[in-house]
Design a protein around this ligand. Structure first.
Ligand code: SF4
Length: 89
């Protein structure tokens, strides 16, 4: 995500835009091993790597076929209609 997307996502969060879309997507993220609660809200954990194929296995170190968590604040990212999960969940 670029800077404009990051700002748009946070503005959407502030004005409660795309609430239904966000709730639906967050339900998927909550079942993901990369979901992490933080004092600033849930994030896609950038310290873990998820298997691109089965989208379930994960690693705490880089591996071929694994993608690093994006680090995004999920309550903002999930409100951007065009934003996508890094493994297309
Ligand atoms: S964006 Fe994708 S990889 Fe990240 S926590 Fe959500 S479902 Fe998992």
């Amino acid at each position: 995500m670029g800077l404009i997307d990051i700002i748009s996502g946070h503005v959407n969060e502030a004005i409660n835009k795309n609430e239904d879309l966000s709730e639906k997507r967050l339900a998927v993220c909550k079942e993901c091993p990369l979901y992490k609660e933080t004092p600033m809200g849930p994030i896609c954990n950038p310290r873990l790597y998820i298997n691109e194929n089965n989208k379930t296995d994960y690693s705490d170190r880089p591996k071929i076929g694994y993608r690093k968590g994006c680090g995004c604040r999920l309550s903002a990212k999930t409100r951007l209609a065009h934003a996508r999960c890094l493994v297309n969940k």
